[in-house]
Design a protein around this ligand. Structure first.
Ligand code: ADP
Ligand code: ASP
Ligand code: MG
Length: 416
């Protein structure tokens, strides 16, 4: 029988009434004749609340215990959803990540899935039961509970979708699809009927919270069709898929901002071969991802090296960099956590020039200073002051004509 995987985010299961509504939707799929797997997040802001509790106990909670703590959030929602489905007269059974064989590496709080052995789910589905799986968690080979990173219930759903070759993985959330920019920031943002894996992957890793980046990567790798849609309404949302000829030709598909960024600068670094390698090897050794890197032109045998990291990694990054700085005889280290990265993304950028110039002009017109720049085939990113990030996104969205109004105007012009 064909399988459908549904994933419901925190807002979609925030209270008992919403859980009952989710139960109804899951039952509809079962009644339509599909084997049904439902992945749920923790209720509302539970994960934030649990994390806050930990920090009320200590400034540096053990990552292992953090995983034991935060994984409880999802365990609550799977059990409640199973009960809600039972009261509709249908069979359902809830599972933690460990129970359904989601095996991960041991990087607590950001573990990677290494294997899925969903035999347990398979046998429950064959009995006609709806399988409900706790999102965002797994277990290591030596039976430690792990979590996969914030927002990673999406990844649980996609990974199960791949394991079962699901017809579709439906990501139910509090917006009705993927927009040209965060609809909470840009009023005129437009819902995209379809977006490619590559564009969604860039948008997700550059701050579009609506999908988890690694989940999109996984979907692309295993060719899992994804449908992002609203749990509060019925309409079609956004399909994430491979590029197709029928897709609208646009240069820029969307604009994103990532405010969870920080910049670290090493001053007066000796300008000789091997130094950069030494610095970044040590940072990599701590499992910290570096994003943009800029090195100033050497002056008097010294240069400055700046790089960005995810804001949550700043403390760990500083601890390493300060040590390396002393070892290599650099003049000092400073950091700035009030930076954001704004980006424009689109497959069409591969064959169009001048996008960077238009982006810089739009930011200049708003007097927004650019701190760092990075480009890839299908995106351009600029680091700006975080308090100006939303303004920057609105300016770029309008400059590239992405909104509903601009599009309507363009269509009218084309017709004439
Ligand atoms: P869930 O809890 O369901 O996983 P998230 O909060 O993770 O939901 O993601 C949904 C949110 O993503 C929306 O409320 C929206 O504000 C935000 N978002 C950011 N960028 C975009 C975008 N380009 N399109 C749609 N939503 C976006
Ligand atoms: N509950 C987890 C979080 O808030 C996972 C998720 O919601 O996807 O990050
Ligand atoms: Mg999410």
């Amino acid at each position: 029988m064909a399988v459908i995987v549904q994933k419901y985010g925190g807002t979609s299961v925030a209270n008992p009434d919403r859980i009952k509504a989710v139960a109804k939707r899951a039952v509809e799929v079962r009644k339509a004749g599909y084997d049904t797997v439902v992945v749920v997040s923790a209720m509302g802001d539970t994960t934030d609340r649990l994390k806050k509790l930990a920090f009320q106990i200590t400034d540096s909670p053990s990552e292992r215990e953090m995983d034991v703590l935060t994984s409880t959030g999802e365990q609550v929602s799977v059990a409640l959803l199973a009960m809600a489905i039972h009261s509709l007269g249908y069979e359902a059974i809830s599972f933690t990540g460990a129970q359904v064989g989601i095996v991960t590496d041991s990087a607590h709080t950001r573990a990677k899935i290494v294997k899925i052995e969903p035999v347990r789910i398979k046998s429950e589905l064959s009995l006609g039961r709806i399988a409900i799986v706790a999102g965002f968690q797994g277990i290591t080979h030596d039976a430690q509970i792990t979590t996969l990173g914030r927002g990673a219930s999406d990844l649980t759903a996609i990974a199960l979708g791949a394991a079962f070759k699901a017809e579709v993985v439906e990501i139910y959330t509090d917006v009705d699809g993927v927009y040209t920019a965060d609809p909470r920031v840009v009023r005129d943002a437009r819902k995209l009927p379809v977006i490619t894996y590559d564009e969604m992957l860039e948008m997700a890793s550059l701050g579009a919270q609506v999908m988890h980046g690694r989940a999109v990567e996984y979907a692309k790798r295993f060719d899992v069709p994804v449908h992002v849609r609203s749990s509060f309404s019925r309409g079609t949302g956004t399909l994430i898929r491979e590029e197709a000829k029928s897709m609208e030709k646009v240069v820029v598909r969307g604009v994103t901002a990532n405010k969870n960024q920080a910049k670290v600068t090493l001053h007066g670094v000796p300008d000789r071969p091997g130094i950069a390698a030494r610095i970044f090897k040590r940072i990599a050794g701590e499992d910290i991802n570096i994003d943009m890197i800029v090195q100033s032109v050497g002056d008097g045998g010294k240069s400055d090296i700046s790089f960005t990291v995810v804001g949550d990694d700043l403390k760990r990054a500083l601890a390493v960099v300060e040590k390396v700085s002393t070892e290599i005889g650099a003049e000092g280290v400073n950091s700035d956590d009030k930076v954001a990265k704004v980006s424009v993304v689109g497959l069409g950028m591969r064959s169009h020039s001048g996008i960077a110039a238009r982006m810089f002009a739009a930011l200049a017109e708003e007097s927004i200073n650019i701190g760092m720049i990075s480009t890839s085939e299908i995106k351009i990113s600029c680091v700006v002051e975080s308090k100006l990030a939303d303004k920057a996104v609105r300016a770029l969205h309008s400059r590239f004509g992405l909104g509903k109004q601009m599009r309507a105007r363009r269509k009218r012009k084309e017709k004439k």
